[in-house]
Structures are given as C-alpha cells and as structure tokens.
Design a protein around this ligand. Structure first.
Ligand code: ADP
Ligand code: MG
Length: 227
C-alpha cells in the first residue's frame, strides 16, 4: 500500500515535468516550422532569409537546451531504482561537466572518497547534479571554483552532498523563486534545470537547502537517506 503511494507520487512528479518539457519544446518547434515555410518564398530578400535562418537556429538551440536540462529523465530506463555509489556518481558528473568548466575557466574540486550509497535512479540523480553544476559554472563567467563533496551523518543514516561555487550568488528574492518552473535570469535560460533538481531530490525523499551570497557564491546542500 505504502509502496503504491510512493510510486504514484513519483509518477506524478515525472509526468508534471514531462508535460512541461513537451510544452516548452513545442513552442520553438512551431516557430521553426513557421520560419522554414516563410523561407520557401522564392522572392524573399537575402536579408530576410539570413534573419529567418538566424532565428531558426536560435530556436533550435533553445529546444536543445530544454532537452539537455531534462535529458536523462526522458529515457525510460532511467526509471530503474537501484543503489547509487555516491563517489562514483559525483565523479562521473564532474567528468561530464569538465569541458564546460574548462571553457569558462572553472576549476572543479571533488572530495568523494568516503564510501556512501544512496538509492534511486542513477541517471536522474546524475542529471540533477549536472544541472546544479551547470548553473554553478554559469554563475562564474570570469572563472572560479566548483566544489563537489559530501559528509556522512551516521546517527541519522543520511548523507549531505555540498555543491559550491564562487560565483555571482543570489539575493533573497532570487533564492525564493529558485525551482519555480521557467524562472530564469539568463538570456538563453530555460528555467527548467532547477525544477528537475527539485523533483529528483523530492523523488529520492531528500531535502534541498540552498545558501547564497551576492558576489560571493552559492552552496547547494542535498541531504539524502543512506541506502
Ligand atoms: P536556467 O539555468 O536555464 O536559467 P535553471 O532552472 O537551471 O534555469 O536556473 C534558474 C535560475 O536560478 C538561473 O537563471 C539563475 O538565476 C539561478 N541560479 C541557479 N543556480 C545558481 C547559482 N549556482 N548561482 C547563481 N544563480 C543561480
Ligand atoms: Mg540551468
């Protein structure tokens, strides 16, 4: 009975995200379709053609960004629940982030040697960490340090993962809005990355706490039950 409720709750979270992502990807696709139609006009000026093709590419990039914030959630095999070795998972996430970090002059420090195992979907968990890391890197336009670490709290059988950046930080108001669908402060933002983070952690019965200071940086604290 209890299991059924948990499963239903998870499905609800997943389908909420799926609906929202489908909606967000449909908009750029519709606009791309419209512009391609316009571009097939034989008397279209070269200037207009260039303008339309630039918009088309931008819209496709937007669809790509939305899908990449959501990527692993769209894979059906990501529904598999299993023990997740924390060190291994965070190392993999930091490897995936490394080329992006390098481009932005960000150094990644990982302190992941303690043995600790949590329970959930490996790919969803990794997607959440990648989304946090991506935001952290994007918050450090002139370089900085991204740190991934965790501490085990044996007495209450939990682990707390900390992901910190030395970036621009957020004010009280921005912190409050974090996680709301489509909330973004970026020109090419989706506002879906943090929504995915919140749903994944909620689905793993975890807790997320975010501390931030404008001009100093941000730390995400994720507390999860040990497996
Ligand atoms: P996007 O990255 O596409 O804007 P997200 O949902 O990933 O969408 O993030 C929403 C917003 O939260 C960002 O636009 C940014 O303003 C803020 N944010 C998230 N993480 C950080 C961070 N580490 N430092 C500063 N701002 C952040
Ligand atoms: Mg993001």
């Amino acid at each position: 009975m209890q299991e059924d409720i948990i499963q239903a709750e998870k499905m609800k979270v997943v389908s909420e995200i799926a609906a929202s992502v489908a909606h967000e990807v449909r908009n750029p696709l519709t606009s791309v379709r419209g512009f391609i139609q316009l571009m097939s006009d034989p008397v279209l000026s070269e200037r207009k053609r260039k303008e339309f093709s630039a918009i088309t590419l931008e819209e496709l990039d937007r669809a790509e960004a939305i899908i990449s914030d959501y990527l692993s959630l769209a894979k059906p095999q990501s529904e598999k629940l299993e023990p997740i070795l924390l060190g291994e998972s965070l190392t993999k996430a930091s490897q995936i982030l490394s080329s992006y970090a390098h481009l932005q002059n960000v150094e990644i420090i990982t302190d992941v040697k303690l043995p600790a195992t949590v329970y959930g979907s490996k790919s969803k968990f990794r997607q959440a960490i990648i989304n946090i890391g991506k935001n952290a890197i994007e918050a450090m336009p002139s370089g900085g340090i991204l740190t991934l670490a965790y501490t085990v709290n044996e007495p209450n059988r939990t682990v707390t993962i900390t992901i910190s950046d030395t970036g621009i930080g957020m004010n009280e108001d921005q912190l409050k809005r974090l996680g709301a669908p489509y909330y973004t402060t970026k020109d090419k933002g989706t506002g879906l990355g943090t929504m995915v983070i919140f749903s994944v952690i909620r689905g793993m019965h975890g807790k997320l706490d975010v501390r931030s200071k404008v001009g100093a940086g941000t730390t995400y604290f994720i507390t999860l039950p040990l497996n």
